[in-house]
Each structure stands twice: as structure tokens, then as C-alpha cells.
Design a protein around this ligand. Structure first.
Ligand code: NAD
Length: 488
């Protein structure tokens, strides 16, 4: 099956002959082909979105959100089908896939509040008979460039807010996992948006560059790895666009001796090994403080080695494969590097064999212990089911370790001490903080934060940040004729 583009309300075949195989990472089976589209296809989508914009921005906001109500119902009605697609092309378990879409739907629901969210401000009589107001207007054509690890959710951090606010849109999914978004666009087609309001272009770098350079595209959101995020941020800004770019992560968790160890172990294991560690909020290193070391190490090793790994649609499976062969090779090579740098490996998930799925790209949960501070493995985003353990003697040392990293997506603390929790919340340098939480994913009515090399930009996705990002403020000062404003 070839992936198609959806431009101006029509399904169109890409002009390009160059394609990438979409592979079920649990079986190695080729499911589809992604056309590696061209700048001409971006141009066609941008033209359609530009032509649709004047009519769409004039559509009353309460009418625009009616389309979102319909989309929300269709996403809910097709929840299982979308979940199966995500599992098959991305590898995560069915439960994880459905969980991803819960977040997508939640964002559509929050964006349905746009009539309240995009209200402006007005102050009367800033001088005699003069009023001043601020109104929010849509910015125009906007686009999202998405990563592979959440094939359904990521576009929904942005798209519902953008179109509810009166913008028109282009989505470029990851070329590795285009099938979920193709299916979601079939639902978008059923919703019946006016032609050109929402468009889909498949491809890789050339399509991304087409988006970055296109004069009609006014705002771009990107989610992916840090090096590409930096490139997107710099290039889009050089072309005068609004841009927000979310990057990679290396998320720490601190475990204090007063933590509920059973709860901490379960939650940290779910965070580190859920989605096979291919999640920007996955915990990837745990810092034990003082006496927490022995208990936590023993319990987390048990949790890692007992995790059921396999094909995400099979019942009882708790963790799926990595996205492709290159990713498996890279993760195994990084585990090897950790050992060379002096780490112990109490649980080794390399060379995993899953019966019936010999063609899959599985790495089982892995624990690297006594990871040396300052080593490459302690700094690098692994993006696989590998948890590194480090040990310090005080909370202050642990927070120093957390804040010494390049990234700032998420940091968590497990404790029963209120003062330690407050200190951590205050001092930890990360955009998303978890206290006794392993995946501190913000709900749709909060911004999805991120600091340091995990985020480039000002406004984030979701909630009021998305409204700010997808609207431009216009301030108007109005003088009224004296006879209209004088006191009668
Ligand atoms: P990626 O950076 O390889 O790809 C992301 C997107 O960028 C894709 O659509 C791809 O086509 C495009 N792209 C890739 N290389 C490009 C290049 N050289 N020039 C222009 N465009 C390019 O990321 P990925 O491997 O798909 O996703 C995993 C990464 O995403 C991890 O680093 C993860 O931490 C990060 N991520 C971050 C968040 C967050 O909220 N911060 C969320 C999800 C994923």
C-alpha cells in the first residue's frame, strides 16, 4: 500500500518514485511504502491552505469548533482501529497505543473551548472618548513536523488549537510511521472540513525543507531529536517564521531512602521500559541517595527482568520492539559503550529472541549500574529500554547531577518528605516535574513544557500556549466622536 497525500480535500498520489518501507517492527514485515515527497507537494498544500484561509478565518469560531466536536467523536469511535495501526507500525503495546490517542482526543476536547480561549481584552476611556482593545487573529498557514514515537498524538498538541483559532494546516508525519495519520485523515475527510483547511504531505528532509522555506507558511511546530530541532528552529527563524521545536531528552529520577520503594520501583520501571523507552518522558537514569541504593537496585532489576516483551497486540505483552534494525543496533552499541566506560550490567537485554517474532527489533529491558558520572553513556539519549543507575550520598548532590545534564524535558523525585519534594520542585532544571510520578506528561489543559536542549522556542504545545502560538495579537486604539462618549 502506497501512502497518499491529502491536499485541498483530495487524496493525491505523490509525484516521487523514491519511497521508504514502513515496517512492522515486531515482525519485520513491510506494511506500506512512504513516498519521500518533494517541495512541489509542499507548495501544492501551502497553496490550498492559503486559499482556504480567508474563508476559514471568517467562519465564526463557534462554527469552527463544531468540526472538532465531530472529529472527536470519530476518533473515539475508531479508537481501537487507530490503536492497532499504531502498534503495527510503531511497535508499542495496544494499551500504550490507545493511551496515546486518549491524549490526542483530550487536546481536541480542550480546543473545543476556543470561543473562550481566544477572547481579547478591552479597556474603555484610556483617554476621553478613546478605547483600547487587543484582539487575537489567526497567523495563517501553519505546519507540524512529527516524530515516529507517537504517530497519532503529536499533531494533536497543535492542530486542534490552530484550526479552531482560524488557521489552516499542513501535517508532515514521520516517514517511518505514516499509516496512523493517513487513517486519521480519512476521519478528517469524513468530518467535512472546507477544502484546503487541513492537508497531509508525506516525506522526509526535502518536505521538511520545503515547509521551512515556504513563504506562505507562517508558523511551524516540530517534535523530534535535538539536532534536527536546532536546525528547524534556526532555519524557520531565518525565514521569518514563528517556530517551536521540541527536542530529545535524558530524564533523571531521584530515589530517596524515604520513598515507598514498591511504588517507586513499579512506576520507574513503567516509565523506563514503557514504549520500549522510546518516549521523550521516559526515565533513563535513576539516582539513588544514601540507603535507597541496595533496595532500589535489587527491586528494579527484578522488575526489568520480569517484564514481558513481545508483539504489542498479543495479550499479556508489556513491552514491544524498537522502531527498526538501525535503532536496535544503536541501542545495543550504546549498552556496549556503557560497559566499556565502566558500568556493570546486572540485567542485559541484548540479543533478545522472542519466539514467533524472530524478525523483530527487540531489545529487552536492560539495567546499567554504577554508571560513572561524566561518562558518555550518562549523557547520551539512548531512546531504548535501558535504565542507568547512579548513586550519591545527599539530595543536593542528586539535584546537581540532575541539573548538570544537557536536556531539561522531565525530572522526577520519589520521596515521602514534603520538604525534599518542595526543594526539588523549586531547584530542578526541567520543564516537566514529577513528584512520585514517572511520566509527568501534562494534561491538554497545561502546556507541554521542556527546557534547555529539549525545547527551542517560547510558546509550547497544548492549552493557552498553543492559543498564543497560533494567534497574533492586534492592538487597536479607537477615538469616538465626542457626542458618542460625552455624559448625557
Ligand atoms: P527525528 O528528529 O529523526 O525526526 C523527526 C522529524 O524530523 C521527522 O518527521 C523527520 O522526517 C524529520 N527529519 C529527520 N531528520 C531531518 C533532517 N536532517 N532535516 C529535516 N528534517 C528531518 O526524530 P525521531 O527519531 O522521529 O523521534 C525521536 C526523537 O524525538 C527523540 O529524540 C525524542 O526524544 C524526541 N521526542 C521529543 C518529544 C518532546 O516532547 N520533547 C516528544 C517525542 C519525541
Amino acid at each position: 500500500m502506497d501512502m497518499m497525500n491529502y491536499i485541498n480535500g483530495e487524496w493525491v498520489k505523490s509525484h516521487t518514485n523514491e519511497t521508504l518501507d514502513v515496517i512492522n517492527p515486531a515482525t519485520g514485515q513491510v506494511l506500506a511504502k512512504t513516498p519521500l515527497g518533494s517541495k512541489a507537494e509542499v507548495d501544492a498544500a501551502a497553496k490550498a491552505a492559503s486559499e482556504a484561509f480567508p474563508g476559514w478565518r471568517r467562519t465564526p469560531v463557534q462554527e469552527r469548533v463544531q468540526y472538532l466536536f465531530k472529529l472527536r467523536d470519530l476518533l473515539k469511535a475508531n479508537h481501537d482501529e487507530i490503536g492497532r495501526l499504531i502498534t503495527n507500525e510503531c511497535g508499542k503495546t495496544f494499551e500504550e497505543a490507545k493511551g496515546e490517542m486518549v491524549r490526542a482526543i483530550e487536546n481536541v476536547e480542550v480546543a473545543c473551548g476556543m470561543p473562550m480561549m481566544m477572547k481579547g481584552e478591552l479597556v474603555e476611556d484610556i483617554a476621553a472618548g478613546i478605547d483600547e482593545l487587543m484582539i487575537r487573529q489567526p497567523v495563517g498557514v501553519c505546519a507540524t513536523i512529527a516524530p515516529f514515537n507517537f504517530p497519532g498524538m503529536i499533531a494533536f498538541w497543535f492542530l486542534p488549537y490552530a484550526i479552531a483559532a482560524g488557521n489552516t494546516y499542513i501535517v508532515k508525519p514521520s516517514e517511518k510511521v505514516p499509516m496512523t495519520m493517513q487513517f486519521i485523515f480519512k476521519l478528517i475527510e469524513q468530518v467535512g472540513f472546507p477544502k484546503g483547511v487541513v492537508n497531509l504531505v508525506n516525506g522526509a528532509k526535502e518536505v521538511v525543507d520545503g515547509i521551512l522555506e515556504h513563504p506562505a507558511i507562517r508558523a511551524i511546530t516540530f517534535v523530534g531529536s535535538t539536532n534536527v530541532a536546532k536546525y528547524i528552529y534556526a532555519t524557520a527563524a531565518a525565514h521569518g517564521k514563528r517556530v517551536q521545536a521540541q527536542g530529545g531528552a535524558k530524564n533523571p529520577v531521584i530515589v530517596l531512602p524515604d520513598a515507598d520503594m514498591e511504588m517507586a520501583t513499579k512506576i520507574v520501571a513503567d516509565s523506563a521500559f514503557g514504549c520500549a523507552g522510546q518516549r521523550c518522558l521516559a526515565v533513563s537514569f535513576a539516582v539513588t541517595v544514601a540507603d535507597a541504593r541496595n533496595t532500589f537496585t535489587e527491586m528494579i532489576c527484578d522488575a526489568a527482568s520480569s517484564r514481558v516483551v513481545g508483539y504489542g497486540l498479543d495479550s499479556g505483552v508489556q513491552m514491544g520492539p524498537l522502531i527498526n534494525a538501525a535503532s536496535k543496533a544503536r541501542v545495543e552499541q550504546l549498552i556496549g559503550l556503557g560497559i566499556q566506560e565502566g558500568a556493570a550490567i546486572p540485567v542485559d537485554g541484548r540479543d533478545a529472541r522472542i519466539r514467533g517474532y524472530e524478525g523483530g527489533y527487540f531489545v529487552k529491558p536492560t539495567i546499567l549500574a554504577d554508571v560513572p558520572r561524566g561518562s558518555e553513556i550518562a549523557r547520551t539519549e539512548i531512546f531504548g529500554p535501558v535504565l542507568s543507575l547512579m548513586h550519591v550520598n545527599t539530595v543536593d548532590e542528586a539535584i546537581d547531577l540532575v541539573n548538570g545534564g544537557q536536556y531539561g524535558n522531565q525530572a522526577s523525585l520519589f520521596t515521602s518528605s514534603g520538604s525534599a519534594a518542595r526543594k526539588f520542585r523549586y531547584e530542578a532544571e526541567a520543564g516537566n516535574i514529577g513528584i512520585n510520578i514517572g511520566v509527568a506528561a501534562p494534561m491538554a489543559f497545561f502546556p507541554f513544557s521542556g527546557w534547555k536542549d529539549s525545547f527551542f522556542g517560547d510558546m509550547h504545545g497544548q492549552s493557552m500556549d498553543a492559543v498564543e502560538f497560533f494567534t497574533q495579537k492586534k492592538v487597536v486604539v479607537e477615538r469616538w466622536p465626542k457626542e458618542w462618549s460625552r455624559k448625557f
